[in-house]
Design a protein. Structure first.
Length: 464
């Protein structure tokens, strides 16, 4: 069988299929040193558990998990698939540990223990390294710099491109785990308008949705809304692609946030929970030029985790405004009006208000972190069933085509997001897709004579 995509979902599919007895070829579009796509930036999974574990405190029942998912999605989720995913998390950590994945134990890690998620020791890169080692040990064949050119339902031969060279490989079934369209700026512009031009892509630039669009053109059923995506506020100096979680900003509740004209536009501390990241992503996306600035003074700098980039500093507000290309008079007036309105830890008679954590900005140096909207994923993809089979527009499953990860995540996350949910969906449906594709393939059978003939030319690449 063939697995397209070498991130978390694809590796889980490949390992599960190999454990079920299938011969597996995995295609990873990136080179070895960049393998894993957006999974490299992951750090935790959401897991239900009825008892405390070594890496999750207290309990987090399936019912509580479901309630959280309904709350963030507004019930825009396939209930059967969502409940399946939640139930499957119960034994997930044990399987992952057998594959070499380590979880952060409270005495060992820098992140606080969580009731709802388990943190990965070493983050997404350590997860991927463990899975690649397991896949190689089990005999999964891996090609880097390789992708599917076209996937036709019912076919037993598929066109791929490896190291720039076209090839044909034979496979009885295919798992698509090559991500969604979140890095396809042209597609985003069609559905989001000019907002797309200011977006930073937090993950891999390879997530262009090409394989997904190919299947949709062949009659696969879509799921989700192309105008919806998960956006968070990131440091405005982040790279266009692959900045990951280290560019996410924690400074907002302790700052005032102004647009490029130097004016506040929202209560910075209206939300201080995890949902604030997405709230501010949407707010900044609506700002002129998709840019904003978090402003704080010297007394606030130690109150939050800093960005990976140092703040922009100046001895005076006027000097800071000049560095930010903001009219100095406007920024000074904004700060003075805010300072006058601060009473205890909130503002009084000021619009927009700051309802908590309000602090006067008085002590230099004054600092700023620029903010831009960063896209994590688009809430759009391929519709699947409980066997992770891709469904066609007539409701019937596509012969021998399965999907896992962000390419189908909108079945569960029609809108909104829960911390750790991306890796959870990829792991659960990766395992399901791998097992089901292996069952379809039926025997440990692999590839065409062309594979063996060409193997010496473009080889099987692997790495630790």
């Amino acid at each position: 069988m063939l697995v397209v995509g070498g991130g978390n979902a694809g590796l889980c599919a490949a390992i599960a299929a190999r454990q079920a007895g299938a011969s597996v070829l995995l295609l990873e579009q990136a080179p070895l040193e960049m393998r894993g796509g957006s999974s490299r930036h992951g750090r935790n999974l959401r897991l239900a558990h009825d008892f405390p574990t070594a890496y999750q405190r207290e309990t987090y029942t399936e019912a509580a998990f479901w309630d959280d998912l309904v709350r963030v999605t507004g019930a825009d989720t396939d209930e059967a698939l969502a409940r399946l995913a939640i139930a499957e998390t119960a034994g997930l950590a044990d399987w992952m540990q057998r594959c070499g994945v380590e979880f952060q134990l409270p005495p060992r890690g820098a992140l606080p223990p969580s009731r709802k998620t388990a943190f990965l020791l070493g983050g997404g890169k350590a997860l991927l390294n463990a899975y690649y080692r397991t896949a190689e040990r089990l005999g999964v064949r891996i090609l880097f710099n390789s992708s599917a050119a076209s996937v036709r339902p019912g076919a037993n031969e598929f066109a791929i491109v490896s190291h720039g060279m076209p090839r044909m490989v034979q496979a009885k079934s295919v798992v698509l785990a090559c991500g969604g369209p979140q890095a396809n700026i042209g597609w985003l512009r069609q559905h989001l308008g000019e907002v797309a031009d200011g977006l930073v892509v937090r993950g891999s630039s390879d997530a262009d949705g090409r394989v997904m669009f190919d299947l949709l053109a062949q009659g696969a059923a879509p799921v989700g809304d192309p105008t919806r995506c998960h956006i968070v506020a990131v440091d405005g100096r982040a790279p266009a692609f692959d900045g990951g979680i280290v560019t996410r900003l924690d400074c907002v509740p302790y700052s005032i946030v102004v647009d490029r004209h130097g004016r506040r536009f929202h209560d910075e501390a209206a939300s201080i929970g995890p949902e604030r990241y997405a709230i501010w992503g949407e707010l900044v996306a609506r700002c002129p030029g998709q840019i904003a600035h978090a402003i704080f003074d010297a007394t606030a700098e130690t109150l939050f985790r800093p960005s990976i980039f140092p703040p922009i500093r100046a001895a005076t507000l006027a000097g800071l405004a000049e560095k930010l290309a903001i009219d100095p008079g406007t920024l000074i007036a904004t700060v003075e009006a805010f300072n006058q309105a601060v009473s205890q830890d909130r503002t009084a008679g000021h619009t927009p208000p700051k309802t908590r954590l309000a602090r006067k900005l008085l002590m230099p140096p004054f600092s700023s972190t620029p903010m831009r909207p960063g896209i994590t994923f688009a809430a759009f993809g391929l519709r699947v069933d409980a066997q992770a089979r891709v469904l066609m527009s007539d409701g019937q499953p596509a012969a021998n085509i399965f999907a896992a990860g962000l390419i189908m995540a909108a079945n569960v996350l029609g809108r909104g997001y829960l911390a750790g949910m991306g890796l959870t969906i990829g792991t659960i449906f990766g395992r399901i897709a791998g097992r089901q594709a292996a069952e379809w393939a039926n025997v440990s059978w692999f590839k065409s004579d062309a594979w063996y003939r060409d193997r010496g030319q473009f080889g099987v690449e692997s790495g630790r």
